[in-house]
Design a protein around this ligand. Sequence first.
Ligand SMILES: *Cc1c(COP(=O)(O)O)cnc(C)c1O
Length: 433
Amino acid sequence: MIDRETLQRVFELTGAQNRWRLKETVNLIASENVMSPAAMYVYLNDFMHRYAEGKPFKRHYQGTKHIDELEVMTDSLMGRLLDTDMVDLRPISGTIANAAVFRVLAQPGEEAVIAPVQAGAHVSHTKFGTLGALGIKQVELPYDEERMNVDVDKAVKIIEERRPRFAVLGGSVYLFPHPVREIAEAIHSVGGKLVYDAAHVLGLITGKVWHNPLKEGADAVTASTHKTFPGPQGGVIFFSDKDLYKEVGKTIFPWFVSSHHLHRIPATAVVALEMMEFGHDYAEQIVRNAKRFAEELAARGFKVLGESMGYTTSHQVLLDVSPQGGGAKAAALLEQANIIVNKNLLPYDPPEAVKNPSGLRLGVQEMTRFGMRESDMEVIANFFERVLIRGEDPAKVAKEVTEFRSHYLEVHYGYTLKDVEAFNYVDALRLLS
Ligand SMILES: *Cc1c(COP(=O)(O)O)cnc(C)c1O
């Protein structure tokens, strides 16, 4: 018997997701984004069925000539954005990119220094995540509360004392750039390497509104390709150190991936081209929106972090909602109002507050991509005030949020289907129907 009911439910749920998250909600998750129609269109391709183990033109499989050419091209396009010709797109996620680099830089039992968790370190940098899984010991650098950043003087001292194999900067929750130059100098002076994790800020770096860590001494930059960089979910590593590039290249396969999910490569190439054309305008607008959003929230009585430093220079805004009942409650109420956010530990929260931290981490990159500008940040801040301060019924606000969102359904800073319709592209689905 064919289970038509379950089959139907699969399609219904997926369709409901598409409608809800692409058309009806204001998404402020700082680690998400959407692809352009052209990138999405090319994403549905036959490469999703195929293997190509190894490096381009040196594969262990036959049938790879098109992915070989595409992968070399995409590595090169991505490299142009960060001004390096050493790129590896085979890690299937940011975490896998970190794993490959960390594994090459240190043996189990050796030490790495990482940015303090308060300064935004990702779980993969820590003993609880990938670093721990690899048996590498974590030494956390000290935190400067006033500047909400790594304490440079104390960090340099620790690096000189411990002589770790490598340092990791970059993170998941940060408003201001980490001190790459100073930490690079210190770690190099003891024979170690600097890894910068640009998962969150890759789109700001390619848009030239955030510093390029490769230019300030980072030996490798790892990243996801789907946060501020609006590509398909995936990972990438950029290098400035040739030996490291070669060594990591030898370990991604066979240690960390077999298939590297080839179908994302052409979509990543499309997004790289979009970023060359529109990336600067996109990134500038993101930072303007984030700043304005922070100011509007503060003006309505919210406690916004980073005030003395102008709130933010990234795509993120950090809000302390402990006066409103804490992060868990605030995030749930906002979801009922069709505003999607995540609760987050703030720099001063104890680690055990993870279930109900004080904060919300907000990112404006996806709404910027849908065309929102500074005045729209004022509208969203008003929704926040109504739900979280004035205690209005979130179901009522939800309707207004969806109405507001309905004016912003088109992806900006990217290519449309019309832009690519003349290219003789045969999508995979048409060949199977
Ligand atoms: C999101 C994130 C990652 C993990 O990326 P995935 O692509 O989800 O594996 C790694 N590092 C940082 C700093 C992140 O924010």
